[in-house]
Structure formats: structure tokens, C-alpha cells
Design a protein around this ligand. Structure first.
Ligand SMILES: *[C@@H]1O[C@H](CO)[C@@H](O)[C@H](O)[C@H]1NC(C)=O
Ligand SMILES: *[C@@H]1O[C@H](CO)[C@@H](O)[C@H](O)[C@H]1NC(C)=O
Ligand SMILES: *[C@@H]1O[C@H](CO)[C@@H](O)[C@H](O)[C@H]1NC(C)=O
Ligand SMILES: *[C@@H]1O[C@H](CO)[C@@H](O)[C@H](O)[C@H]1NC(C)=O
Ligand SMILES: *[C@@H]1O[C@H](CO)[C@@H](O)[C@H](O)[C@H]1NC(C)=O
Length: 392
């Protein structure tokens, strides 16, 4: 009997926890996960992540995200804006109010101005962080940045997902034109990549980045996440005759080939085996290489050479710099060593390509982890049911 107040308290507390914990984890929205179900928006989704806007969207409630499809994102990317500027443009597409499809078609007085996350950054001068939403003839809804001279450059396409009144994700036809959002802005210059690399034994590579002009592309990607594979000074020095043989554009492409526009920790590098695009990737010019892990060793394979990752020079998210033991030679610039007539004893090795089984294995792992997550959720549901039943 003496125990009963404490016991009651403990019961109440665990009941409270069992009620509260699942609700906070299941109801918090995750824009990355919402958009991941719609491949048409993969580019938009990617840029929400690399600009860190996704995290800001997830923190807020009563919000509307105007997504555009991959074709509309291509139009934006073809303007070659820096990542900081892209962040401003995309933040103009996040409204600080909830607009589901129904509310959009029933705007009071047919027209309204709504504040956006661009307005909240404090970087939008005057009223340029506001978007005009207007109900148009024929059931259309038009959107236009206030600094777009009264032109409604985009229209409502469809609702993607609505959680009233937390988050509404809608598709709009085009990126909203806004000279203010697209105005170039200097990025925060806290990290100086070339100075950092020179200090860590990659001076020759850093010098080439500066002399070739490739440095700016690396710097533009710093804030959104960047992985650099740096050949050590002695390796690069012995490669110089080949480097000097390249055209100016070839030199830049070779250097950009050593950067990946995503932060890849050693752990993700080891688990993300497969093709990896680089800063030099440009449509048909693939400039990709294959990451392969064997035990603790990570190798990067181009069609010409295989380099090993031999150390980590800098690892401060969003930047990581690894040291590698060969210059990565892309097949776009260098010929693979002419295939010598295969000696008899290795002839069998050419039968099945090694790529197909590896890909199949990767797919298998992916679906396995999907199943793992699902059964994990099941266990949680069963556990909380069991707790609830036990307590009541
Ligand atoms: C949101 O979902 C993505 C993809 O499922 C996941 O990688 C990320 O960790 C999630 N973010 C949060 C804050 O839960
Ligand atoms: C929105 O733009 C339209 C078209 O330019 C204009 O007629 C309307 O007055 C604007 N709405 C507001 C609230 O400013
Ligand atoms: C909206 O967010 C609140 C607070 O995070 C949560 O309690 C509620 O369940 C959410 N509603 C929906 C529909 O997601
Ligand atoms: C990095 O530092 C070097 C040397 O001080 C300087 O020339 C270069 O402009 C700096 N780069 C950036 C992006 O600040
Ligand atoms: C430079 O290019 C020429 C012509 O393509 C080639 O014959 C030569 O071997 C190359 N030199 C080096 C060092 O790669």
C-alpha cells in the first residue's frame, strides 16, 4: 500500500510516454520523405536537401511548399545560379501559411499576398518576399512574386499531399520569376578550401584548382555538401606531363572529376557503392566513376585507373577531403590501356561481367533494409499496443 503513490506515478508517466512518444514521431512531417514518393520532383527534392531548406520546412507548421517538376527545375538550373541563390529562389516557394487545394480556389476577394520563407530570411528587400495568389478564370490559380511586375508566372497544377493545417505540398507549373530572389549573393566564406587543402598535404592539387579556375566551382558547392578526392603532391607531380597535355577545358574537367557535390562521410562512402557523378558530370559527358568497398578498403574505379582512398584530410560536414593514391583519369579524356590479347588462363574471367551480380546484390540489400524498417515498425506497434493493454 505504501508503494501505491509511487506506482501510480510511474504508471501515469509511462502511460503518458507511450501516448506522447509515438504521436510526436508519427505526426512530424518530413518533406524529403513526402517528395521521395514522387520521382517527378526528385530534382526539387534534392535541392531542398542540399540548400538545407528541407530541415527548415520540417521544423515549421502551417506551411505550404510549392514544388515544381524536374523539367521546371532544369529551367532554373540552366541559369547557373550559385547554391546560395538557388536557396533564395526555392525559399520563395515555401509559404508561411497553409493553402490546401480547396483554400487556393476560394481565396477571399479572389486575390491575396502571402509571406514566404524568402521574406523570413531578411534578404528580401521591400515586399519582394511576398507572393501574389489570385483565382483566375476557368478554375485556375495563378502565382507571381510581388517583384514580377504584376505577372503571375506560375499556376496551380495539383495537390501532392495535405496535412491540414501543418503542411500542404502542391505542384505549381513553373519556378516563380523574381529578380530579387535570383540576385547573386556572396556565400558565407568561412571555409577556404584551397588554403585548407594546401595545409593538409594537397598543395599541388590546390594550386591547380587556383590556376585552372576550377576553384570557384568547388567553392560554390561547399555549403551544400562537397566531397573532394585529392591525389597527394608526389603523385600529382609525376602526372604533370599528362596534365599539361590537356586543353584548358580538359584540365578543368579533370579537376572537377575529383569533386562530388554531396557530403559523403567514410561510412556513407563504404555503404554507397556504385556509380557516382562528379562536378564534371554534364549530361551526356558522364564523368562518373564507380566506388567499391572491399573490407575496410574503398577504391574508385574509372574505366582507365583504379585509385584507393588512403586517408581523410578534412572531415567537417558539409566538407570532406580524402587522399587518394592515383590521379582519377576519366575515360572522356584518357584512353583505357589498349586491351592486350587475353592470355589463355584469364580468358574465363571475361565471361560474366562483374557489374550485373554486384548491382543485383545492391538491390537485394536495399529491399532487405526496407523490410527491416517495416518489421521494426511492426515491433514498435506491437510493443506499444502491449504496453497500453498492460497498463489499462
Ligand atoms: C526524412 O526522410 C528522409 C528520407 O526518408 C531521411 O533520410 C531523413 O533522415 C528524414 N529526416 C528526419 C528529420 O527524420
Ligand atoms: C495580384 O496580381 C494581380 C495581377 O497582377 C492583381 O490584379 C492583384 O491586384 C494582385 N493582388 C494583390 C492582393 O495585390
Ligand atoms: C500537426 O502537427 C501537430 C504538432 O506537431 C501534431 O500534433 C498533429 O497531429 C499534426 N497533424 C497532422 C494532420 O499531421
Ligand atoms: C582563399 O585564400 C586565398 C589566399 O589567401 C585567396 O587568394 C583566395 O581568394 C581565397 N578563396 C576564397 C574563396 O576566399
Ligand atoms: C600528349 O598527347 C600526344 C598526342 O595526343 C600523345 O602522343 C603523347 O603521348 C601525349 N603525352 C603524354 C605525356 O601523355
Amino acid at each position: 500500500m505504501q508503494l501505491s503513490p509511487a506506482l501510480t506515478g510511474a504508471l501515469a508517466l509511462s502511460l503518458l510516454l507511450s501516448l506522447l512518444l509515438p504521436s510526436t514521431t508519427t505526426h512530424a512531417h518530413n518533406i524529403t520523405r513526402i517528395l521521395a514518393q514522387h520521382p517527378d520532383f526528385s530534382t526539387f527534392n534534392h535541392y531542398l536537401t542540399v540548400t538545407h531548406l528541407a530541415a527548415e520546412i520540417n521544423r515549421r507548421t502551417t506551411i505550404t511548399v510549392c514544388a515544381v517538376d524536374n523539367a521546371a527545375m532544369s529551367d532554373l538550373l540552366s541559369k547557373h545560379l550559385t547554391l546560395y541563390t538557388i536557396k533564395n529562389v526555392l525559399s520563395l516557394h515555401v509559404f508561411a501559411d497553409y493553402f490546401g487545394a480547396k483554400k487556393l480556389h476560394q481565396i477571399t476577394k479572389g486575390s491575396t499576398l502571402t509571406a514566404t520563407m524568402f521574406q523570413a530570411t531578411g534578404e528580401a528587400p521591400g515586399t519582394s518576399g511576398y507572393v501574389n495568389i489570385t483565382d483566375l478564370k476557368g478554375g485556375k490559380v495563378g502565382f507571381g512574386a510581388v517583384d514580377n511586375g504584376g505577372k503571375l508566372s506560375s499556376t496551380f497544377v495539383k495537390s501532392i499531399e495535405e496535412h491540414p493545417y501543418n503542411i500542404s505540398v502542391i505542384q505549381v507549373s513553373q519556378i516563380l520569376n523574381s529578380a530579387e530572389a535570383e540576385a547573386p549573393i556572396p556565400g558565407p566564406s568561412q571555409l577556404n578550401l584551397t588554403v585548407l587543402m594546401a595545409k593538409q598535404g594537397c598543395k599541388s592539387f590546390a594550386d591547380l584548382l587556383k590556376s585552372s579556375g576550377a576553384e570557384s566551382t568547388f567553392n560554390e558547392n561547399l555549403d551544400g555538401g562537397l566531397t573532394v578526392f585529392c591525389p597527394s603532391d608526389s603523385i600529382l607531380n609525376s602526372f604533370m606531363p599528362k596534365y599539361k597535355n590537356l586543353t584548358a577545358a580538359g584540365k578543368v574537367s579533370l579537376l572537377l572529376y575529383h569533386g562530388v557535390p554531396v557530403y559523403q562521410s567514410m561510412q556513407t562512402l563504404k555503404s554507397n557503392n556504385g556509380l557516382m557523378n562528379t562536378l564534371a558530370t554534364d549530361g551526356a559527358n558522364k564523368y562518373d566513376f564507380t566506388v567499391q568497398t572491399s573490407g575496410e578498403d574503398v577504391t574508385l574505379k574509372t574505366k582507365v585507373v583504379t585509385a584507393a582512398v588512403t586517408g581523410t584530410l578534412v572531415d567537417e560536414e558539409p566538407l570532406v577531403v580524402y587522399k587518394i593514391d592515383k590521379v582519377l583519369e576519366p575515360s572522356e579524356l584518357f584512353k583505357a590501356a589498349a586491351a592486350a590479347p587475353a592470355p589463355k588462363e584469364t580468358a574465363q574471367a571475361t565471361a560474366p561481367g562483374p557489374d550485373a551480380p554486384a548491382d543485383a546484390a545492391a538491390d537485394q540489400t536495399a529491399s532487405d533494409s526496407g523490410r527491416g524498417r517495416f518489421s521494426g515498425m511492426l515491433v514498435m506497434v506491437v510493443l506499444s499496443l502491449w504496453m497500453g493493454v498492460g497498463l489499462i
